[in-house]
Design a protein around this ligand. Sequence first.
Ligand SMILES: [Zn+2]
Length: 243
Amino acid sequence: MATRVLYMEERRGQEPDPCYAREFDARILERGPDFVVLDQTLFYAEGGGQPDDTGTLRWNDGGARVIRVTKEKGVIKHHVDRMPTADAVHGVIDWDRRYKHMRMHTSQHLMSGLVFRTYGARTVGNQIHMDYSRVDFQPANFTPEDLKRIEDDCNRVIASSQAVRIFEEDRVVVQNKIDDRALLDLIPQSVRRLRIIEIGSADYCPCGGTHLKNVSEIGTVHILEKRSKGKETDRIVYQLLPE
Ligand SMILES: [Zn+2]
């Protein structure tokens, strides 16, 4: 049985926004040597350049740390330091860590979208962290002026307080709207309805990650450096202020 992923559920104006929920109740479906599979979760499993969520699981007379969350063949495993002795658990994610990842991930959408629109360079890799992130672009050979422009463009959109829209769309519609087809090739053909993230005219792309409601929460994008990775690939390393 698949785990219901609570932060991905459509927004439809609910309060709190599912991406901002920190606690949930769940039942254990399966137990491994050091992990449990839950019927539903708010924990993000590592993947797509975003680290996993950590947190706790509590039950009537005990508690455990969730030290790692992985997704293997579609199964989300919550790796724990202690095996729960009950089947009903209450999960709490470490919010500071998750929120920093949401800010970073949303800023990466923005940067990838803007760089593609301005320079036609695709995002071919990315890894976010709590304190800095990197995005790899191709084909690219950015000058210091380009980096300044990218930083300014990101911060201009952030200052405009654009909402981050999340909605479902038919695969066929998405295919006709995006130029970067490689993005779609990553999603199995059997998936006909896609979850789309849209930030005004700056970004439109399918994604199953965790996002802010509004880009104003990103803060300020500060590009630290670019590194050439060869094959016309440039890596931009940046941080967000305040940290
Ligand atoms: Zn995303």
